[in-house]
Design a protein around this ligand. Structure first.
Ligand code: FES
Ligand SMILES: [Fe+2]
Length: 444
């Protein structure tokens, strides 16, 4: 009997300790696993309308309706010139092909057996099959799934037609886009005048040497013109207003409004910001926002302070360097237009190993919550080509003047026209001087 009792308690003890080990391993896993926060076009910023006016609509239906109704304003050209992220390096294995639509173009992005990334025009010149769908990589070429023609990544030249005994025509080639793989991203160079890259995306030594490692990411689709997103860095006055209420109020703007009141515990924790925006005099494609952030208790006592240098490089990339009480880390923000009025925004954090885990998670989460307050505004705002500014808003004007350098004569423009064949249907047109593409605005 005693033996049985001892045996039984040993089993119970074993089960309890195994459960405790399993629980702590799981907790460690979730604590250390980098945050990956993904929000689609309808996920942020429609709370108010859903509460008041949704007539049984789903979030997605409501977001689509608001997209169609929104007055987009007199927007600048929709695809500026510069480097844009097509995908993250992790998303493209050796010998893998991906199809990416962005900037009014269709791309086949692939990685050779040796690990080099290439970007080609997606449509095969033979009979138009999509080189990013169902194709395979052979050496440094991609092979079309339809008839097996192979195209070299470096220059787009056709190198093999498996069934012809004749010579391969020189003109059998697809456009090969300038691309670069830097800091965990695959970039394409887009230029409306087909000019070659005028600057390079800098390699960050701490990332190249793996002193800093990946610490988390967030990903968004935003319903706005691309210029609106980096404009945030020069919009000094919005910081205390939109980003003043504590992170704990989250990204719902109505909830955040509660964080401004003098009642309750709102004044307990508030964010204070100081920012200076200026165009860089040495590299004209660069502008720098220097930002000082303080989290204050009871509106007075600085609790956590962070200095951030946000280096805007061209229209599609910002490198935010954080100097925190825990140490330095770096966050990239990339913006890629996937339609004239839909931007794909990525944030990717790199930090020293000791910060990866809970600290990095907190950073990615905190930045995401604040960013989502901006998204909520962008998703429903119009573009004001002649904004009513006061003296304190002067950096916005400087920013807009600086951003002009990324548009050129043939940068595609976007206007609305009514479809005469189907009155009531609004068609959207991209108009560039050398091309005229039509797109019927569709539900997303
Ligand atoms: S369509 Fe590509 S090989 Fe025929
Ligand atoms: Fe903002």
């Amino acid at each position: 009997m005693d033996v049985f009792f001892v045996f039984k308690s040993e089993i119970v003890g074993l089960l309890v300790s195994s459960a405790a080990i399993l629980l702590s391993v799981t907790a460690c896993y979730f604590l250390l696993k980098p945050l990956n926060r993904i929000r689609d076009l309808c996920d942020v910023g429609y709370e108010e309308q859903l509460r008041l006016d949704n007539y049984g609509q789903t979030r997605r239906q409501l977001a689509n309706e608001m997209r169609r109704r929104k007055k987009i304003g007199e927007i600048p050209p929709v695809y500026p010139n510069g480097w844009f992220v097509l995908c993250e390096s992790d998303d493209l294995k050796n010998r893998q092909v991906r199809s990416v639509d962005a900037l009014g173009e269709h791309f086949a992005v692939f990685r050779s057996a040796e690990g080099v990334a290439y970007v080609l025009d997606a449509y095969c010149p033979h009979l138009g099959a999509h080189l990013g769908v169902g194709s395979r990589v052979v050496g440094d070429c991609v092979e079309c799934p339809f008839h097996g023609w192979q195209f070299r990544g470096a220059d787009g030249q056709c190198t093999s037609i498996p069934y012809t005994s004749g010579k391969i025509p020189k003109s059998a080639r697809v456009k090969s886009w300038p691309c670069d793989e830097v800091n965990g991203f695959i970039f394409v160079w887009y230029h409306a005048e087909q000019e070659n890259p005028s600057w390079k995306v800098p390699r960050i030594p701490e990332i190249v040497t793996r002193k800093w490692i990946y610490g988390g990411r967030s990903e968004y689709k935003v319903n706005a013109h691309i210029q609106e997103i980096p404009e945030n860095g020069s919009d000094v006055a919005h910081l205390d207003c939109l980003h003043g209420p504590s992170l704990l109020y989250g990204s719902d703007l109505n909830a955040a409004q509660g964080g401004k009141s003098d009642n309750g515990w709102a004044p307990f924790l508030q964010h204070h910001w100081k920012v200076k925006w200026e165009a860089n005099s040495e590299e004209k494609h660069v502008a720098i926002s220097s930002l000082h952030h303080e989290l204050r208790l009871f509106g007075r006592l600085p609790f956590i302070s962070v200095d951030v240098e946000a280096k805007q490089m061209g229209p599609g990339l910002v490198c935010l360097s954080f100097n925190t009480s825990f140490g330095r880390c770096l966050l990239f923000e990339t913006v890629t237009p996937i339609e004239p009025m839909i931007q794909r925004v990525l944030h990717r954090l790199y930090a020293p190993v000791f910060m990866v885990g809970p600290i990095a998670k907190f950073f990615v989460w905190g930045e995401a919550v604040m960013f989502e307050r901006d998204v909520a505004v962008w998703n429903s705002k119009t573009f004001t080509s002649k904004p009513m500014l006061v003296a304190e808003d002067r950096a916005i004007n400087l920013y807009r003047r600086w951003f002009q350098q990324f548009y050129s004569e043939n940068s595609p423009r976007f206007t609305f026209k009514e479809n005469v064949a189907h009155p009531g249907n609004i068609n959207a047109y991209w108009i560039g001087k050398k091309r005229h593409l039509t797109l019927v605005m569709y539900n997303w």
